[in-house]
Design a protein around this ligand. Structure first.
Ligand code: SAH
Ligand code: SF4
Length: 383
């Protein structure tokens, strides 16, 4: 087997446009207001938004001068007032299994990770919603990193755009339409708790779903939450994407340890909220994520209890073999344990796929993401 590839892609210089309003990540309404504020006549504003939108999100163009159906004067006006910025890729690692992990830098020198997982007939992009995470799930590497900040909508949409750049996925004018998408699905399963950054995540997903741009269907996006109960229903009503819940335990005692937000909203509260989830149906089931930790949550009794708890909720259970990271306090359950657990769930009538860990050689698997942002800040303070 060949070795994974790590490439340094970038050293960053400050640009004269740093701090200018960025059109990337704005909703259509926000972009309209911004264009008017910069001098676009109100009557033209809607048309202008449509034109810029198509250049940026359909063609992937980020140079105003290349927007050739706009008059030169208008291109100058845009260039004199706005930027089109996405996070900058610092390193790209490519696993022997084809998984790509990007370390990207955002304003303030912070870093987050983005992972692309190619499969035979689809490809999933795992994006981050925060730098680090305020929650401290004991099995998650990100949870050991102090939160630095929420990502902006531009930084969330920008992760999708930079991955499309790298994969060469923007359409080529005149070329036949490509039917199979390289990024066919997006999961909000990278760094951070998306429901603690709800508005930015929502706005970003609306940009990504917009039919005149990247046009990813709402059912191709999955938001994963550790269980922020008061925000869960808004996922359906304000975004409309699919929901995954990091369940991971079948008793409050164990879940309190693994997913400490359980102390605030326990299993019963969470399940009641999920039973009432708007739009819940068999075709839009909730995914229950369940990390398999040896000797902690992986017994047959756990599996039977899980089946009982799920009663009445259209659900599927995604079993995630624990991905180890340096210093992790848990071990992965054995293959036999995981299969026995999966069989019990399956025989009770729920799909129970076991997630194949991807990109393990580059630490790109679920829960292994952690950037050096915290360290960078500490050393910056010393200097
Ligand atoms: N904060 C959100 C989304 C990011 S984590 C959430 O917790 O749901 C994405 C998934 O990976 C979650 O189900 C999370 O519990 C799981 N996970 C975290 N660390 C893991 C690890 N080391 N091994 C396997 N899965 C892990
Ligand atoms: Fe945060 Fe999710 Fe990791 Fe928990 S599992 S610490 S909520 S990123």
């Amino acid at each position: 087997m060949s070795a994974p590839i790590t490439q340094d892609v970038l050293t960053i210089a400050r640009k004269a446009t740093d701090g200018w309003p960025n059109l990337v990540g704005m909703t259509r309404d926000q972009m309209r207001a911004a264009l008017i504020a910069a001098g676009t006549p109100e009557k033209q504003a809607k048309m202008r938004v449509g034109q810029v939108w198509q250049w940026v999100y359909h063609w992937g163009v980020r140079d105003f001068d290349a927007m050739t159906n706009l008059a030169k004067d208008y291109r100058n006006l845009l260039a004199a007032n706005f930027t089109l910025e996405v996070p900058q890729v610092v390193t790209r690692q490519i696993s022997t299994d084809g998984t790509r992990k990007y370390l990207v830098r955002i304003d303030g020198g912070h870093e987050v990770e983005v992972v692309y997982i190619p499969e035979e007939d689809r490809g999933t992009l795992c994006i981050s919603s925060q730098v680090g995470c305020t929650l401290t799930c004991s099995f998650c590497h990100t949870g050991t990193q102090k939160l630095v900040r929420n990502l902006t909508a531009a930084e969330i949409v920008g992760q999708v755009m930079l991955a499309r750049d790298d994969l060469g996925e923007w359409p080529i004018p005149g070329a036949p339409r490509v039917e199979t998408r390289l990024i066919s699905n997006i999961v909000l399963m990278g760094m951070g708790e998306p429901l603690y950054n709800f508005e930015n995540v929502r706005d970003a997903m609306h940009v990504v779903m917009d039919n005149e741009g990247i046009a990813l269907g709402r059912r191709r996006i999955t938001l994963s939450t550790s269980g922020v109960v008061p925000e869960i229903a808004r996922t359906a009503t304000e975004i409309g994407c699919l929901l995954a819940v990091s369940f991971h335990a079948t008793t409050d005692e164990v879940r309190d340890q693994l997913v400490p937000i359980n102390k605030k909203w326990n299993i019963e509260t969470l399940l009641n909220e999920l039973r009432a989830y708007p739009g819940l149906s068999n075709s839009e089931r909730i995914t229950f994520e369940y990390v398999m930790l040896q000797g902690v949550n992986d017994t047959k009794e756990d599996a039977y209890r899980l089946v009982e708890l799920l009663r009445g909720i259209p659900a599927k259970v995604n079993l995630i073999p624990f991905n180890e990271w340096p210093g992790a306090p848990y071990r992965r359950s054995s293959g036999n344990r995981i299969h026995a657990f999966a069989d019990i769930i399956y025989n009770a009538g729920y799909a129970s796929p076991i997630r194949t860990p991807r990109g393990e050689d580059i630490m790109a698997a679920c829960g292994q993401l952690k950037s050096a942002t915290e360290k960078v800040r500490k050393s910056a303070r010393v200097n």
